[in-house]
Design a protein around this ligand. Sequence first.
Ligand code: SAM
Length: 323
Amino acid sequence: MKIVDKYFRRINRLRISVTELCNLRCIYCRPENGLALSEHKDILTYEEIATVVQHAVMLGIKSFRLTGGEPLVRRGIENLLCMLGKIQGVEDLAITTNGIYLKNYAKLLKENGLVRLNISLDSLEETKFERVTRGGKLKDVLDGIEEVLTLGFKNTKINVVAMKGINDDEFEEFARLTLERDLEVRFIEYMAMNKESLASEDKFIPMSDIIDIIERNNDLIALPPPMLGSGAAKVYKIKGAMGTLGFVSAVSQPFCGSCNRLRLTSDGKLRSCLLSGGEVDLKAILRNNPTEEILTDAFIRAANLKPSVHAGKGHVVMHQVGG
Ligand code: SAM
């Protein structure tokens, strides 16, 4: 069986937020303190997540990404990977992480079935990194990235949220990381999420400006989107580089027409869209001994809540939904 929403988009990816907790407080994502978190009993267990994935596979969803909060702060995350990796039909198992725990964790993740990683990194300058993340240590992330490359992971992406006046002076340096590394550096347009995140919208830089900045001193070649993990990005390469550059233009050029995903929040809501649209309370269903028909119905209802185009700025609780 396949899920196709009412705008004829085939749903074949699920992004799973495994925790609301994070070991960083990035200025564009979370408030410094005072975040209201769900109680432990309201967070899906690994067994419940595995049940969702098992069912999703039967509906033609083959690609799964763990996110958060920070997925590596949830204890035993390697056990969840291992459980999911054993489910027949799971073709792609990825994680989005801030990389802080990666140096020590990457090998264990690989041994337990992790296929690929996106690593968030918004500055290559130690003090700026510490400011943007409110206390993170740049070296931890850089060591994590080197470890991932050493272990031979393929399709690793570095997610850079582009912010005017904060890291636009570093776009070229980020891009040039791809010259000798098998990485994709992905520039993500800054989304003004909610009143607690980086308040001012003047931080926004459209994809076209980011490309202009990089193109000043580098020849860019446009590439066709790769089959695996192409997602929403437009992909380029600096002439002669080993790696690639991706540009995610969720704000200036929404790619909703080709959106193929649903999201599962850590408290068990099956969400139709990051920014708008409705959700289905899957946790309530899961905890009430559902039949396969009831689970299928929940997925179909969530898919049909997907808006044709997102409503621009959302009021997203990023730590619950996961980016
Ligand atoms: N903790 C993990 C991490 O840092 O990658 C996973 C969760 S984080 C919410 C997932 C992604 O969302 C990150 O790449 C982050 O940069 C992106 N993100 C969060 N807030 C954003 C915003 N306001 N605009 C654009 N991207 C954002």
